[in-house]
Design a protein around this ligand. Structure first.
Ligand code: SF4
Ligand code: SF4
Ligand code: SF4
Length: 295
């Protein structure tokens, strides 16, 4: 177990990020979210999406079956009536908060987590990723998986995770070829105010990550060390000249996330057969094949 300093320094981290309001939350979104067409929706619908998104933890883990993160899930709840109990790290408190926000009386039980419920928060126990640095081979495969740029390192050199920046989304675990990333339990208590501030910080960092990835995808003059998904892609592409459109940038990010989910499922299925997960795997593989065909 470890303790986390995040709760105590949350406010200093967020000082650089002004709190978003319902009016500003959905403006200047990364390209990844353009296909949601949120800006074309009536104001009251946008407000509802913003409110539901504000309930979500902003871990961007994709466990709600939205690999692009919390905002697409919030949008699907409001526009498509998708069940509002699918946020795994949010647990019952988030499920109940969404029900209240969208004015639904029926009770849904939150989707189960592999982690036990923390009796203080009522949410699944929080974890953070830690790299066993002696075992790390510096392959860089974990870097593109991290939605909040919490991993630093260069090719062939040991990598490190900034625990204070890690959300515990677990997306870096599956890509590691030598299984040198551990998850450690974090015990902490957040006040409602700190929770809101932290979610805003995570949301901003994810958006910053997506915007930087998009810019770097369009940059054909890369000569920097490998520190991100796009740089890894460009590094592998060596002399290949990339001319990447907005759609390609979005598809590349989506494909990377699908690959991570597929590897995670493959790993789970190699331990124990599960028909539902096998079907999910086949669906994701088909989705990835379709994306790769247009990349
Ligand atoms: S925290 Fe994860 S499961 Fe919850 S809404 Fe965001 S992406 Fe989905
Ligand atoms: S370091 Fe790993 S667990 Fe932590 S936020 Fe990044 S991808 Fe998620
Ligand atoms: S994927 Fe694993 S071995 Fe490769 S850089 Fe990351 S932690 Fe190190």
């Amino acid at each position: 177990m470890m303790t986390d300093t995040k709760a105590s320094n949350t406010m200093s981290q967020t000082d650089t990020h002004p709190q978003s309001t319902e009016q500003t939350r959905l403006t200047d979104l990364p390209i990844l979210f353009k296909s949601l067409h949120i800006d074309t929706l009536p104001n009251d619908v946008q407000t509802k999406i913003a409110r539901v998104d504000a309930c979500l933890p902003q871990t961007q883990c994709g466990l709600c079956e939205h690999p692009d993160g919390c905002l697409p899930y919030a949008t699907a709840i409001v526009l498509k009536g998708e069940p509002y109990n699918k946020c795994v790290p949010g647990g019952q408190p988030v499920t109940d908060a969404i029900a209240q926000t969208i004015g639904i009386d029926t009770h849904l039980t939150a989707a189960p987590s592999q982690w036990p419920i923390d009796m203080t928060s009522g949410r699944p126990t929080e974890v953070r990723a830690v790299i066993r640095e002696d075992d790390c081979i510096g392959c860089t495969k974990c870097i593109p998986a991290c939605p909040v740029d919490a991993i630093v390192g260069t090719g062939k050199h040991m990598h490190t995770i900034f625990t204070d920046l890690c959300t515990g989304c677990e997306l870096c675990i599956a890509p590691c070829p030598v299984d040198c990333i551990d998850l450690v339990i974090v015990e902490r208590e957040l006040s409602p105010f700190e929770r809101v501030a932290e979610q805003e910080d995570l949301r901003q960092r994810y958006h910053t990550h997506l915007k930087r990835v998009t810019e770097q995808l369009a940059d054909t003059s890369n000569s920097k060390p490998v520190v991100s998904m796009v740089e890894a892609k460009l590094n592998n592409a060596t002399s290949q000249s990339l001319n990447i459109s907005e759609a390609q940038a979005k598809n590349t990010i989506a494909a990377a996330k699908l690959r991570t989910k597929i590897k995670k499922l493959e790993k789970q299925l190699s331990v124990r057969a599960n028909d539902k997960k096998q079907m999910e795997l086949e669906g994701l593989q088909a989705e990835l094949d379709a994306l790769q065909a247009v990349l």
